[in-house]
Design a protein around this ligand. Sequence first.
Ligand code: GRF
Length: 202
Amino acid sequence: MRGKPKIAVFISGNGSNFQAIAEQVVTGALAVELSLLFSDQPEAYGLKRAEKFSVPTLQLSPGDFTNRQTYEEAILKKLQPLELDFIVLAGYLRIIGPTLREAYPQKIINIHPSLLPAYPGLNSIAKAFAAGEEETGVTIHYIDEGVDTGPIIAQEKVVISPKDSEASLMEKVQQVEHRLYPQVLQEIILKQKGSYHEKSVD
Ligand code: GRF
């Protein structure tokens, strides 16, 4: 890996996890180059956050393409010149299809607001709260062809106290996400660099 690893962050909405990542890039705690913020939604607030951090943005709407394959081929065409090391999903509300998966094997990472395999899919915090769980949490994992089913990299528990509301629980989970995602990304990068150095010794 030459220089800092290059990452693209994919979002669909608010982008608070993107912001947490960008802040750690600014402090230097996360040693990556933020090459791109991609959004499938033109109104995603995260696009504005990216402008504030001077991160290049790309927005493509799936509705403008005939199917997922042509949509992902258009994304891939834009990504290829960037020579990305990782794609970081942060609230990107779409399944990644074979076109992108096969172009970036073991390089697409996702964050999910539950202790997977519990509560995959949408509205995981609300579902855990409504079920009266005593704890939920955050999972960071590599993606595979399923919905929130890929190999787990890291998990952290969040206790649900009797005093919690759904809103307070959401805040607690997001606080963990914002700390954990940049930290785990940095760990993944250090491991990759380690294996690169080992390989390059002989
Ligand atoms: C996060 O809770 C993340 O775990 C889930 O979607 C949410 C995105 O939030 N995949 P934000 O857009 O980063 O604020």
